[in-house]
Design a protein around this ligand. Structure first.
Ligand SMILES: [Zn+2]
Length: 571
């Protein structure tokens, strides 16, 4: 492809709304154009890179035995009613009505559609296991679309679904997909770390996310350098010795703390450290009030609390519901003497002298024993784990890193097959529910994650496997027929060796061409110009290196093809 014939324009300035490097670079390099918030057009170079990611995904899915299908993006909402997710998906799901007033959804995911499909297609254990996948546009009505393709309203996903006869058989499908994901991200040149993850609204009981480590990532990852435990902060667990405040100082004593509502204010008013406060919050778990308690310096982790309670909806109670549940508003709540269930974090275990709200506006209780004065329904690990907490496996301190989620694999069990009566006949002629797994890769997000992980101040540094073009030829003297002829012959020779080539044949100063080549970031840059030819050949340079090599014209195509092969090999 020649620049002069392509729909490519690079930009000198960063787009105003772009906050992270990959978003800025993809727009500046002419790969993406914004339609409106969260909606982007893939320009020719961007689409080429996207197709390469998609191709890798397809090859690895096929290799793992999955079969490609394509389901409708537009789905009847009644399917979501049957799974019980119409309510839990909330406003993030695009809903619309067709002309017959039938409620429809633009699919954010396809568990419902695929389970409905398979309930009709699969009858016998002989047809199992079965894994299907699709590469498709998905929709999510993000409150705040940002970071380009990272959090868009419309995006391309590869979603796969496995159907098996038993939990054990489903485990091998899960492992096959997990292994395929490891290969996919590696082939895309990404360092992706699998971490234990929360299952969220998808459901199921076991899942891993594949995280690309990047300071701009929206997810926190707790990592143990000693034993390699890794988990999303939404899910991460910890070991704790319990509370340091184990010496009793008498019975609960009411202290007036007018105007003290935050942990810091209460600690100052009572004269203790914030760690000695036991912070309480009222939640509605599927509509029923419960009280959760953690140390004042910690945050309650709503994902962990929801999972522990086994509820679908968990929301922080508003002031009215809080007063109704415990008799006092937010800021004065405490676990002593309440009639609703109390769930206490394990960090408070053994505490005999902590300060809590008194369930009376403007008062706190000092010298509260969590063991003796509070009727704890259950102790659980409910706090958000932070850097320095102890690894749940080996007890060593955890570190906190940031990551971009590019893939997610779930064991779903029979959650969906039950709703859709997706049965099969066993070899003994019995009717059993199929066991499911689901597996997603954000394809468009993966592409941007490559850029986020691989760039420098000058631009993108594409891994050769997903680069829009493997080679960019900078034709420095396009008006010189002899030089042009050499560049064009080299282009043909490289294409004959299976390499895709982009030629910058514009009438521009060399400096402009060098800058644009670095910005777009194709892995191999070849400069063909009268000056270089006089010195003995063409200049070959890798985007990752500063070394420029002069290669004689006759051997240039072979030398470049060898370099490309070495780059592929290194992935
Ligand atoms: Zn560990």
């Amino acid at each position: 492809m020649r620049w002069t014939r392509s729909l490519l324009a690079t930009l000198r300035d960063d787009p105003q709304e772009a906050e992270i490097a990959s978003h800025k670079l993809m727009v500046r390099a002419g790969l993406l154009r914004k339609l409106t918030g969260g909606l982007y057009t893939f320009m020719p170079l961007g689409l080429r890179a996207l197709h390469k990611v998609t191709q890798i995904v397809r090859e690895e899915m096929d290799r793992a035995g999955a079969q490609e299908i394509l389901m409708p993006a537009l789905q009847p909402a009644e399917l979501w009613e049957r799974s019980g997710r119409l309510a839990t998906m909330g406003p993030g799901m695009f809903r619309l009505k067709d002309r017959a007033e039938r409620l429809m959804a633009l699919g954010p995911t396809h568990e419902e559609v695929v389970t409905e499909l398979m309930s009709g297609e699969i009858n016998s254990y002989r047809q199992l296991p079965c894994i299907v996948y699709q590469v498709q546009t998905k929709f999510r009505d993000e409150i705040r679309p940002r970071f380009g393709l990272m959090r868009a309203k419309e995006f391309i996903m590869k979603d796969a679904y496995s159907f098996d006869t038993s939990l054990e058989a489903a485990d091998s499908s899960y492992q096959a997909m997990y292994d395929a994901y490891v290969r996919i991200f590696k082939r895309c040149g990404l360092k992706a770390q699998p971490v234990e993850a929360d299952t969220g609204t998808i459901g199921g009981n076991h899942s891993h996310e594949f995280m690309v480590l990047a300071p701009s990532g929206e997810d926190g990852i707790l990592y143990c350098p000693a034993c390699s435990y890794a988990a999303n902060q939404e899910r991460a667990e910890r070991q704790t010795d319990g509370s340091p405040y184990t010496a009793s100082a008498g019975s609960p004593t009411e202290i007036a703390t007018p105007g003290a509502h935050t942990v810091e204010e209460a600690a100052a008013a009572v004269g203790v450290k914030p760690e000695q406060i036991a912070k309480s919050l009222v939640y509605l778990a599927d509509g029923k009030p419960i009280l959760a308690v953690v140390q004042g310096t910690r945050e309650i982790n709503e994902c962990k609390l929801r999972r522990f309670l086994g509820c679908t909806m968990l929301t922080l109670a508003d002031d009215e519901a809080t007063v109704k549940a415990v008799g006092a508003p937010f800021g004065s709540i405490g676990p002593v003497g309440v009639s609703i269930p109390v769930y206490a974090d394990i960090g408070l275990k053994g505490a005999k002298d902590v300060v809590t709200g008194a369930n009376k506006d403007g008062f706190h209780l000092a010298h509260v024993s969590m063991e003796d004065d509070v009727k704890v329904t259950a102790w659980a690990d409910l706090a958000t784990v932070v850097a320095g907490d102890h690894c749940p496996h080996c007890g060593k301190p955890l570190t906190l890193e940031r990551g971009i989620e590019v893939g997610h694999v779930f064991k779903l069990g029979t959650k969906y097959t039950k709703s859709f009566e997706a049965n099969y006949l066993t070899d003994k002629g019995q009717n059993e529910l199929m066991v499911m797994g689901c597996y997603g890769i954000g394809v468009t997000r993966t592409l941007q994650a490559v850029v986020e992980q691989s760039h420098d101040d000058d631009g993108i540094i594409w891994p050769i496997s997903v680069a829009p073009y493997a080679v960019t030829i900078l034709l420095l003297d396009p008006k010189d027929e002899k030089v042009s002829a050499i560049a064009e012959q080299l282009e043909r020779d490289l294409e004959a060796r299976g390499l895709d080539v982009f030629m910058d044949d514009r009438e521009e100063r060399p400096g402009v061409k060098f800058k644009d080549a670095d910005l777009i970031g194709c892995p191999i840059r070849v400069v063909v110009g009268a000056k270089g030819l006089a010195k003995g050949g063409v200049e070959v340079k890798l985007r990752t290196s500063k070394n420029v090599e002069i290669v004689p014209v006759e051997s240039a195509a072979d030398a470049i093809a060898d370099q490309a092969a070495a780059l592929k090999e290194a992935l």
